[in-house]
Design a protein around this ligand. Structure first.
Ligand SMILES: *Cc1c(COP(=O)(O)O)cnc(C)c1O
Length: 363
């Protein structure tokens, strides 16, 4: 295999927890800050999870045998291609642990998922952040230029968290043509279920290339964020390395059972996703109608550019009882304010309406 995998994979990293909503006038604030699903578990999921609790004295099935078979069939891939983890973030950590080392480089967008720099740094590698375009999309040309002899991986986030746009199929195909075979191209599809743009990339179509790694999760559309289960779809050789590098027995019996039951509730899933997409579309329209430069939103969240007002606006939301996620770290070249703003998760109508009420008064 062309990928330069380090044989001795190093220690297990820790993920930074998000802020919990405080009480506002004695009521819990609306939490629109972690891209969580506002719905309760899908039909059949609680019963399956409860049933799994009767086996709490046993270790989980380390190979997630049934889930692997059912999911592989659903995706139309060979079961050998799957590697599970305690959330797809954990799978990313496993991947970068086996690819990264001092002197190696990992290319990703800025702004993109905040876990990328952490996972990169913990692997020993150096992050190479590449600024987004003016429309908050990955700058694939600039990312290609950022690939050098030390590059071991490129991380593509589609739809991009936190800004929202998805990558296009044709653009990703052209990009892959020009990436050296020994560079892993991670396509992080955490929000793939929410994508409605027909031109958007479908990672499953890219798997004939052995350096492509898809990351998917049950945390977002499936609403199982609290159970921690996600997976990679990759070349069988790489998937085997990821399984070996994973925290043994990390994915619990409860998580496996809940994921399996969720896969059996596809119709209910579709309904919820469609509803969230409708709410998203309405939110984007309202925000744009009020003059906010909101980029295309293909996930379960919208991006509100706020520049130097980012913290002040976040406080305004919090005072009114809505937690949103502020992003105000300096850009890769230290530019202050570049791509500063707020990410608002699409939640319950009540929370969304309150968020819009506040946002439409901000200028
Ligand atoms: C939420 C998210 C994930 C998945 O997180 P897990 O809960 O660990 O599965 C992965 N990538 C991105 C970009 C995300 O926003």
């Amino acid at each position: 295999m062309a990928l330069r995998i380090r044989p001795e994979a190093a220690g297990l990293p820790v993920y930074r927890p998000g802020r919990r909503p405080p009480l506002v006038d004695g009521l819990p604030a609306h939490k629109l800050s972690s891209n969580e699903n506002p719905y309760p578990p899908l039909p059949g999921v609680l019963a399956a999870a409860t049933q799994a609790c009767t086996e709490l004295n046993r270790y989980p099935d380390i190979a997630a045998t049934t889930l692997t078979r059912v999911l592989a069939e659903r995706l139309g891939v060979d079961p050998d291609r799957l590697a599970f983890g305690t959330g797809s973030v954990a799978v990313l950590f496993h991947l970068l642990n086996v690819l990264g080392r001092p002197g190696a480089e990992v290319v990703y967008a800025f702004r993109s998922f905040e876990a990328y720099p952490i996972a990169t740094q913990l692997s020993g590698a150096t992050g190479v952040p590449v600024p987004l375009t003016e429309t908050y999309e990955h700058d694939l040309e600039a990312m290609l230029r950022a690939i050098g002899p030390a590059t071991v991986a490129v991380l593509l986030c589609t739809p991009n968290n936190p800004t929202g746009p998805a990558l296009r199929q044709s653009d990703v195909e052209a990009f892959l043509e020009r990436v050296p075979e020994h560079v892993a191209v991670v396509v992080d599809e955490a929000y793939v279920e929410f994508v409605e743009d027909p031109a958007a990339v479908n990672g499953l179509s890219l798997l004939d290339r052995p350096n492509v790694v898809l990351l998917r999760t049950f945390s977002k559309a499936y609403g199982l964020a609290g159970l921690r289960i996600g997976y990679a779809v990759a070349a069988p050789e790489l998937a085997a390395v990821l399984r070996a590098a994973a925290n043994p027995f990390g994915v619990t019996t409860i998580a496996q059972a809940a994921a399996l039951a969720s896969l059996a509730a596809e119709d209910a899933l579709r309904e919820r996703v469609d509803e969230l997409v409708l709410r998203r579309t309405a939110m984007v329209k309202t925000l744009r109608d009020h003059g906010h430069d909101v980029p295309d939103a293909q996930g379960n969240f919208v991006w509100l550019p706020a520049g130097p007002q980012t913290q002040a606006w976040t406080d305004t939301f919090a005072d009114a009882g809505v937690m949103v996620r502020p992003y105000a770290t300096p850009g890769p070249h230290g530019e202050p304010g570049r791509f500063d703003g707020l990410r608002i998760t699409v939640g319950d109508p009540e929370a969304n309406n309150l968020a819009l009420e506040i946002a439409t008064q901000l200028t």
